[in-house]
Design a protein around this ligand. Structure first.
Ligand SMILES: *[C@@H]1O[C@H](CO)[C@@H](O)[C@H](O)[C@H]1NC(C)=O
Ligand SMILES: *[C@@H]1O[C@H](CO)[C@@H](O)[C@H](O)[C@H]1NC(C)=O
Ligand SMILES: *[C@@H]1O[C@H](CO)[C@@H](O)[C@H](O)[C@H]1NC(C)=O
Ligand SMILES: *[C@@H]1O[C@H](CO)[C@@H](O)[C@H](O)[C@H]1NC(C)=O
Length: 214
């Protein structure tokens, strides 16, 4: 977490009750209901809050850090996928990405190891920090400590590196250096916060993803 500057202003109080958070890292908003989803990382859970509510509801995790399928393990980036009514969660300390259908009590594995193993192969991740999903259900993961963005066709656990060079960091246009966040636009152009290079990289879909789209 070398890029993250934690500012311990003594105005906040952390905690684990339903009106408290402990290192929230990411938010996603449901444009229909207005509900806000928050990755409450150090409580190993995702909370939902309705507008102006003074407390939230645990929608995922909340049973301590761990690798069983009802637990999360320092979740960081989240993506709300409306078509599947689910949250995709970059489950940082378990080295995987999981999908949690809203209302369900457990996750299903989307990428990486279900047991939490890290690695550099096409089926493993190392400290994933963020995830996004396109309209076809394909998944893009900021595989931060492998310095790469992994692409998983919907339903596949075998990924392809679409930007960056696996395991090798660098500062030219082919390399990344701890990618932290990913976002897509409606044309499937990919935006990556390339944290330790202090830049945002834009990868054009036509260049990088034509194997998958056409
Ligand atoms: C939330 O609270 C603010 C401030 O009191 C108010 O202006 C706003 O209308 C409220 N929103 C909803 C959806 O209740
Ligand atoms: C996962 O671990 C938690 C905490 O130990 C436990 O409460 C829960 O029952 C376990 N769930 C499963 C599905 O094993
Ligand atoms: C990554 O996995 C290796 C074993 O393959 C393990 O020794 C190491 O502690 C793991 N690193 C982290 C940060 O989990
Ligand atoms: C993943 O895909 C690559 C490229 O198609 C293939 O060579 C490899 O065998 C696959 N790995 C697994 C574990 O399916």
């Amino acid at each position: 977490m070398r890029c993250v500057v934690f500012i311990f202003l003594l105005t906040g109080v952390n905690g684990s009750s339903n009106n408290q958070l402990n290192f929230p890292f990411d938010v996603a908003r449901d444009p229909n209901s207005g509900a806000l989803y928050i990755s409450d990382s150090w409580n190993h859970r995702i909370m939902s809050y309705f507008v102006n509510a003074s407390s939230g509801t645990v929608v995922a995790g909340g049973s301590g850090p761990g690798t069983n399928n009802s637990q999360l393990n320092y979740p960081i980036g989240i993506y709300l996928d409306l078509p599947s009514n689910s949250l995709f969660i970059a489950n940082y300390n378990s080295n995987n990405v999981v999908r949690w259908v809203l209302g369900a009590s457990s996750w299903t594995l989307i990428a990486g190891s279900s047991s939490g193993a890290n690695g550099t192969s096409s089926t493993l991740l190392y400290r994933p920090l963020d995830v996004t999903v396109d309209f076809m259900g394909n998944v893009y993961v900021a595989d931060a400590f492998n310095h790469r963005i992994q692409f998983f066709l919907a339903g596949s656990l075998n990924g392809t590196t679409i930007t960056g060079v696996s395991v090798t960091f660098g500062s030219d246009s082919f390399h990344l250096y701890y990618p932290y966040a990913v976002a897509l636009d409606s044309q499937l152009n990919l935006y990556v916060s390339d944290c330790l290079n202090h830049r945002i990289q834009n990868f054009y879909s036509i260049e990088k993803h034509n194997n998958f789209i056409i």
